[in-house]
Design a protein around this ligand. Sequence first.
Ligand code: SF4
Length: 318
Amino acid sequence: MLPKGANLQKVRDGKKTYAVTPHLPGGFIKPDLMRRYADVADKYGGIMKVTSAQRIMITGLKAEDIDKVWEDLDMQPAMGFANCVRSVKICPGIVFCKRGKQDSIKLGMQLDKLYHKKEMPSRLKIGVAGCPNSCAEVHVKDIGLLATENGWDVYVGGSAGSHPRLANQVIENLTEEQALKIVGIIIAYYQKHADIERIGQFIDRIGFDKFKADVLATFYGEVSQETEPKVGQSEAGDIIIPVAGGLTEGTLVFGDKITDDSVISDIIRVYPQTVPVFRSFGMGCLGCPSSTGEPVKQAAEIHGLDLEKLLVALNQVI
Ligand code: SF4
């Protein structure tokens, strides 16, 4: 039986050796802990190995020493079980790096505290990078947060390894609080709807447009409740507030063509990429619940727009 908190590393000449990997949030370690680490590795004849998840593994250990190794380390194992949040990779960000745009350590540590080892449909890795250089490999993480001068951009569905996939951007320019909120929504959506599959595989199965529309509908729904937008005006400023809910609600479902009878709130929920098109036609009231409850033909009439041109432009981007 596998010793508790250890991985089988090698079988050589019938002899097995094991590794232990303690949890080191963000890969930060104080000198006194580093000394203890080294002393434990030395005492039990282990080798220390820096891992890609910003941890330090002690490998080459004997099965009978594992319990004593953990006792001497006085740390928690990094690994929970196969399908959980495996790691939150954090770059030094604005605290230690001259290129940092936002506090990746603060955000990353919060995410680590909230989600590390939480059960998921498959393994899930998070990356938090303090600038577009992306030293935390945001674009190949299941959930990635990338800082710019304007805030946090959020990516989903990235993975490396045997099935590499580049992440899709879900939203940009969020505050730290909004970034935490949308990560919670993404994780809840993934937990609720996915089979045993990585987020990228899940997205490829259901389609990124549907995933994004559902996640953003929930996100903007929560934002709108917090900000209590007035009729005729969006308190969230430029933020569009689609009606919360899945794509099975409303008069339009993903894949449908937009017609003169399509309701605007359904259009922007199912096809958020149409927002700039509405705006380019001078319809700046998309955050207003009453105006977005109208069908396109009525809105075109009120705004004095050419309905046919609007429909062509909308259908071109879906
Ligand atoms: S991603 Fe940017 S802020 Fe973070 S370590 Fe790299 S260069 Fe520095």
